[in-house]
Design a protein around this ligand. Sequence first.
Ligand SMILES: NC(=O)c1ccc[n+]([C@@H]2O[C@H](COP(=O)([O-])OP(=O)(O)OC[C@H]3O[C@@H](n4cnc5c(N)ncnc54)[C@H](OP(=O)(O)O)[C@@H]3O)[C@@H](O)[C@H]2O)c1
Length: 256
Amino acid sequence: MEQKGLRPLSGKVILVTGASRGIGAAAAKRVAQGGATVVVNYHQNRERALAVLQEVEKEGGKGMVFQADVTQRKQVEEMARAVREKFSAVDVLVNNAYFPFEVNSLHEISWEGLEKATHHELAAFYNCARAFIPGMMEKKKGRIIVVSSRLAQQPLPRMGAYAAAKAALEAMANTMAIELGPSGITVNVVTPAFTLTDASAIMPEEFKERVRKSRPLQKHLYPEDVAGAIAFLAGDESDMLTGSHILITGGSHLQL
Ligand SMILES: NC(=O)c1ccc[n+]([C@@H]2O[C@H](COP(=O)([O-])OP(=O)(O)OC[C@H]3O[C@@H](n4cnc5c(N)ncnc54)[C@H](OP(=O)(O)O)[C@@H]3O)[C@@H](O)[C@H]2O)c1
């Protein structure tokens, strides 16, 4: 007989947006280790998504891949229908997909650049919320985990479009925590600092080293470091957390 202690997420259907690479891929594998059924959403990299699904299945878990641009409402609705048909309504939504943005100072950035960054982050979350919350309401229980960025609260020059978009995303998550609490749905935020993934690979080695040394823990952050917090928020141990923000920074939020 399966022990709930060893497979704390068994019976839960967990959908991770942008799970073909980086933090999303690590989260998909981590929740599969906990016994969850995992939906690996991807945009362009089907091969990478299938490789993640293979690892999910190696953990003894079930899952599926689904191609959908989460900024497009119809595609997200189609994904929700497909998941419901194959498994059930989603129990846990991990809003994680990453959208590249215009790197520029805010007084010089194009309006399109600023608008696009904000549009992508908010449309993705809005579309997923609209598609998956009704199923959670039917089950009278649900978890929404939003992946933000430390830059929303601790900005860096030229990253303002991303910081503004993530700050707005955090405000949406906080508001939804209040609105959805009475329906048994929690909404929490995971806030990583600079993490080594494809998205951050454009930064020079010298920058990465400087960031590492500036942290009290003096280590790089990897996707797996963020995945553990996501698995915790998906499980029953975090039942009374909502509107909470978990900072994953190696301590860098404590000092200049
Ligand atoms: N890396 C960091 O330093 C860092 C720090 C703080 C916060 N974060 C946040 O962590 C999250 C994950 O970032 P990451 O660094 O792991 O990114 P990543 O390695 O670049 O992976 C991006 C993922 O998003 C997917 N994606 C892109 N556009 C999409 C769309 N329109 N619809 C659905 N999926 C889409 C990609 O799918 P395909 O591969 O199929 O294209 C891929 O799976 C993001 O929310 C990011 O803002 C990252």
